[in-house]
Write a protein that binds this ligand. Sequence first.
Ligand code: NI
Length: 185
Amino acid sequence: MAILPINIYGDEILRQKAKKVTRIDESILKFVEDLFETMKHSDGIGLAATQVGKRLQILVADISEVEGYENTRPMIVINPKIILTEGESEMEEGCLSLPGLRVNVKRPEKIRLKYNDIEMKEHIEDFQGLQARVLQHEIDHLNGKLIIDYLSKTEKEKIKPILDKMIKREFEVSYPVTSYQVVSK
Ligand code: NI
């Protein structure tokens, strides 16, 4: 297993849409193991493939270390599609690709999710509370969306200096991240 470097705000892939998985092969099985390992190592409760450089509709989530969610099983979610939502709740979220930043995000409280498991078997399942929130956050990643996109224009203006520093990797984290690359246009 390997710990993969996490893409940071500014990296192009975080704004790209992930592609559907059509079949599971050895390399995907290995990738999913690495995704789990990387999430655990960085103390994350969810991680999307696009955050570690792979444009595939795969995410992992594990909230079993959060108080009150000890019995929640770790999940591998492939090709997720939210087919129903209900209610609304607001909560502060963080993101491994936006180190140090916390953003209040309003999301549906409950979701009905259609997805494939690691054997490509299709499931339709309802989620709520923290689990629904983590899944929605990671599905956003697969669509190239980040928590800062929920901020108002004024709020986004305010955090611009933090984002500029982030692009240049001027922060400290306890997990490996991709290096800053100047893109010539
Ligand atoms: Ni995130």
